[in-house]
Design a protein around this ligand. Structure first.
Ligand code: MTE
Length: 310
């Protein structure tokens, strides 16, 4: 990321606004009370999602409070400070919405909002979320495996990669200019990564529809990769033959590669990736390779040099 602040972030940056979280209450509350706050209905502005089953693929780690997940964001279309997306995305129009799926597929499709929520049964997946900037959270996403969508469109034998594109509208996103990356935000995965059962299309969190700042109405989540792979507010998915461009690699190719697997052994050129801070905790913990999902995903990279393919 274009870190303007010191990469070793300070506590003031992770509890930035008492409009969403009274700092003194927070400090006095202790973890149990924070958990209670995070599940209090009064904090939810979103619409409840029905028919959501609990996934066995969830971690049993404690979810990060809702207010932190929704007020400490990266969504450069709405500005580059962590509190900008919540402050500036309130009027973002996410309905009507369409997401096109095209390219090397037998059955290209355009999904409207209704269709997006019916692609597959919704599951709650509590995943670790590790940003390249060394903070992490635990997020109870609601979504369905990307592979359910990809199977519907029938990838051809030429499809080797999946390219993703976010919505972009200068009028609705005037703060995007000057953030240092190109828009629309784009991302990509190899087809086998995209088909992996852990790779999710997300439409909600904490049982509610996704707030705008978290990538409404639909985003990608790839839990073993740094957070920037998890592209928000998707409008296009294209199956392609060649490795597609990605927003952060276009901006700083020596810092952000295509694979971007969480890896404590491979430093970012400007900082170590060995440790992370699980917000809102103050202390650091060791980062785990593939963000702790190695048993499920390490085999995707057998024989690959992960230093070269960073
Ligand atoms: N998607 C779009 N369209 N624009 C962005 O700026 N930021 C990425 C990713 N997806 C970004 C994006 C980065 S850098 C991170 S760390 C995650 O979103 C943050 O997701 P969160 O705000 O839900 O924690």
């Amino acid at each position: 990321m274009l870190i303007r602040k010191a990469p070793e972030f300070r506590y003031s940056q992770i509890t930035p606004r008492d409009v969403y979280f009274n700092r003194r209450t927070f400090l006095a509350a202790g973890t149990a009370a924070i958990g209670a706050l995070a599940t209090s209905n009064s904090l939810f502005a979103g619409e409840k999602l029905s028919g959501v089953s609990k996934s066995p693929l969830s971690t049993d780690e404690k979810p990060t409070p809702f207010d932190l997940i929704t007020h400490y964001n990266n969504f450069y279309e709405f500005g580059s400070d962590k509190e900008d997306p919540a402050a500036n995305s309130g009027n973002f129009r996410t309905s009507p919405w369409t997401m096109k799926v095209e390219g090397e597929v037998g059955k290209p499709k355009v999904f409207d909002l209704d269709a997006l929520f019916k692609i597959a049964p919704l599951e709650e997946r509590i995943y670790r979320h590790r940003c390249v900037e060394r903070w992490s959270m635990v997020i109870p996403w609601v979504g369905f495996p990307l592979n359910a969508l990809l199977k519907q469109v029938e990838p051809t034998s030429k499809a080797k990669y999946v390219a993703f594109e976010s919505y972009y509208d200068k009028k609705q996103m005037p703060k995007a200019r000057g953030t240092g990356i190109e828009f629309p935000y784009v991302e990509g995965l190899r087809l086998d990564e995209a088909m992996h059962p852990l790779t999710l299309l997300v439409v909600g969190l904490y049982g509610e529809k996704l707030p705008n700042q978290d990538g409404a109405p639909i985003r990608l989540v790839v839990p073993w990769k740094y957070g920037f792979k998890s592209i928000k507010s998707l409008v296009r998915i294209r199956l392609v033959e060649k490795q597609p461009p990605t927003a952060w690699n276009l901006s700083a190719p020596n810092e952000y590669g295509f694979y971007s697997n969480v890896n404590p052994e491979v430093d970012h050129p400007r900082w170590s990736q060995a440790k992370e801070r699980r917000l809102p905790e103050l202390s650091s913990r060791n980062t785990v390779k593939f963000n702790g999902y190695g048993d499920q995903v390490a085999k995707l990279y057998t024989g690959m040099d992960l230093r070269k393919n960073y």
